[in-house]
Design a protein around this ligand. Structure first.
Ligand code: SF4
Ligand code: ZN
Ligand code: ZN
Length: 314
């Protein structure tokens, strides 16, 4: 917590607003937001996330992380005038939830003068997430969580949306917390392939799969929220009614507890995996992409995960 009456360790003139426990710094609002922007800039450089003339599709959900990212990337454009920004939003079709998020995404993009491209599950896959979950539940196909269905379809939708706008990279608002949770989840599931694939800047594995970058991978989630608060960014904070990833929720609770007791835990996990990744990449089998016989999208099997999933349901 920021101590009442204490001063910012960086500028030494403004009152502290936030105590950054892992670095021991007291930060005023201005120094906090500037340090987050600087961190994003250095992360982009460190992981070679952008080329000078990239067209970047920012996946905007309407939540705090993707909107803080959108605002920061729009601000950082002054350092990269040749990088073009476009926002893509996926309308999964979640009644009473996604509609509000769409409005918020539209308003933020308008303020920042960033074009927005919206793609819906209904148009791409013929049904909304609400309709899909109703079918799954009626057929008692409950072995997967709602998020598992949504995740597969959303990844596909974002890639299609990015291709439609001619993007060369996709930026997502995954934070340090998301990254640390994902690492532990992949370890608990024994999913070595994912440990090697899910990194700050993905490899180009197929010309139809747009590379993804995570400029917030070293920004803790609470700081992303504070950035949105300090910058008065309007975002959606009601949770998705399907939010059901039990393992991720357990990881989040455990990591927050560890971070509280041992500040810097999330960074340690992230740094450790970055050091280990080259060795893990050596022992994982490279996916050989074919074209899905049903939809024509790249796939490791004859039929892609999306088509397989939709076949089971429809
Ligand atoms: Fe989809 Fe789950 Fe996110 Fe809801 S919480 S939008 S179901 S991934
Ligand atoms: Zn300051
Ligand atoms: Zn397919």
């Amino acid at each position: 917590m920021a101590m009442i009456g204490s001063y910012c360790t960086v500028c030494k003139k403004r009152e502290s607003f936030f105590y950054r426990k892992y670095s021991g710094q007291q930060l005023c609002k201005k120094c906090l937001s500037e340090s987050i922007e600087t961190k994003v800039r250095t992360t982009i450089t460190k992981y070679h996330m952008l080329k000078f003339n990239d067209k970047l599709a920012i996946a905007v959900s309407g939540g705090k992380d993707s909107l803080s990212l959108l605002h920061i990337l729009a601000k950082l454009q002054k350092y990269r005038p040749k990088t073009t920004l476009v926002a893509v939003t996926i309308d999964e079709g979640i009644k009473g939830y996604r509609d509000e998020a769409l409005d918020i995404a539209i308003k933020n993009c308008k303020t920042l003068d960033v074009p927005l491209h919206i793609v819906s599950f209904k148009k791409l896959f013929g049904l909304t997430l609400d309709e899909l979950i109703t079918k799954v539940r009626a057929n008692k196909q409950t072995e997967l969580t709602s998020c598992a269905y949504c995740g597969v379809l959303r990844r596909r939708a974002i890639n299609i949306a990015a291709r439609a706008v001619g993007a060369t990279k996709i930026a997502t608002g995954h934070t340090l917390d998301d990254e640390a949770q994902t690492v532990l989840m992949n370890i608990l599931r024994g999913d070595i392939a994912r440990l090697s694939k899910e990194k700050p800047a993905t490899n180009q594995v197929h010309p139809m799969l747009i590379r993804k970058i995570k400029p917030f991978c070293e920004i803790p989630e609470n700081e992303s929220a504070l950035y949105a608060y300090v910058k008065k960014i309007t975002f959606q904070d009601t949770p998705c009614p399907y939010a059901s990833e039990a393992l991720r929720n357990d990881m989040r609770a455990m990591l927050n507890h560890m971070e509280e007791k041992h500040a810097g835990t999330k960074f340690t996990i992230s740094r450790t995996i970055e050091k280990l990744r080259p060795a893990i990449e050596q022992i994982t089998i490279k996916e050989d992409f074919k074209i899905c016989k049903e939809c024509g999208e790249p796939s490791a099997q004859n039929y892609c995960k999306t088509c397989e999933m939709l076949h089971q349901i429809l």
